[in-house]
Design a protein around this ligand. Sequence first.
Ligand SMILES: NC(=O)c1ccc[n+]([C@@H]2O[C@H](COP(=O)([O-])OP(=O)(O)OC[C@H]3O[C@@H](n4cnc5c(N)ncnc54)[C@H](O)[C@@H]3O)[C@@H](O)[C@H]2O)c1
Length: 299
Amino acid sequence: MTPDSTIDTIDTIDTIDDVLVVGAGAMGTQIGAAYALAGYRVTTGDLAPEALDQSRDEAQRRLRRLAEKGTFSRDEVDSALERMMYTTDSLEAARTTDFVLEAAVERIDIKRQLFADLDEAAPEHVILATNSSTIPSSLLMDATARPDRVCNMHFFNPALVMNCVEVVRNPQTSDATVEAALGMVHRLGKQPVRLNKEIPGFVANRLLGALRNEALRLEADGVASYQDIDVAARTALGHPMGPFELMDLVGIDVSYLIRLSEYEQSGDPADLPHPSVQKLYEQGRYGRKNGRGWYEYTS
Ligand SMILES: NC(=O)c1ccc[n+]([C@@H]2O[C@H](COP(=O)([O-])OP(=O)(O)OC[C@H]3O[C@@H](n4cnc5c(N)ncnc54)[C@H](O)[C@@H]3O)[C@@H](O)[C@H]2O)c1
């Protein structure tokens, strides 16, 4: 199948009304709410009924808060909530959906099985997108019979707030799929970034990684303190927080383990966690979550 062979049959942005979000965790919850606010009917699917209950509560709380702040009217929020449904049977919901966004747990075996099952269940023309930050759709597409309708659509956390969505094609993704995904991002009122090829970390997280690596180097070389490097990032570059503050927010343990897994995949010593981060990790200084990382936190 050539990349453009589905151009006449794939759904265009105007014909996508029903969206299935698979995975009701941190990302799926807010992505589902963002779709509902944009007028889509959204079904959120998860294996765990308690995850669905939590997701419903969280989406209601966040959307009502947007109405209180005046970002959306009460009517807009109420009708968005009416458009949100929940199910433990994602495959049943897939039978009548126009588009699938997978936001389940970050495990390739689970995602491959899901893509195979969703491919069986969803109508042939439906796009299957993954929100994965680290698993490119080329590692999922061959679990389906529709590799041209598989891509990454990478939302950022928190998805109701963050405007950027990276649309990443794999070598077999059709132009029609890319255009439909980009159009959908526009309809969500968000800003798409088109990646013409897959690369680990995509664009935004690579930029962030480069800044973090340079910040760690400057601190380790004694050029400036981590506090002053954060001041430079905030006041000269206009970043909302500096790289060390961000590491504390994300979690030193999370940063450490991500780098370790990158190293395990690449075997490149340049991907190893920075010695300063390793030291914090070994000291149990995980950042804001336990009150101490680069900085100390009182409450
Ligand atoms: N957390 C972030 O900051 C972030 C940012 C961008 C992208 N992502 C990506 O989004 C995806 C989800 O991340 P998250 O942080 O929301 O995870 P999470 O752990 O909060 O939620 C994952 C959910 O998937 C459900 N699940 C697991 N297997 C399932 C299955 N077979 N069918 C249906 N549901 C299933 C779990 O019950 C859980 O509720 C991952 O691929 C991750 O890479 C995460």
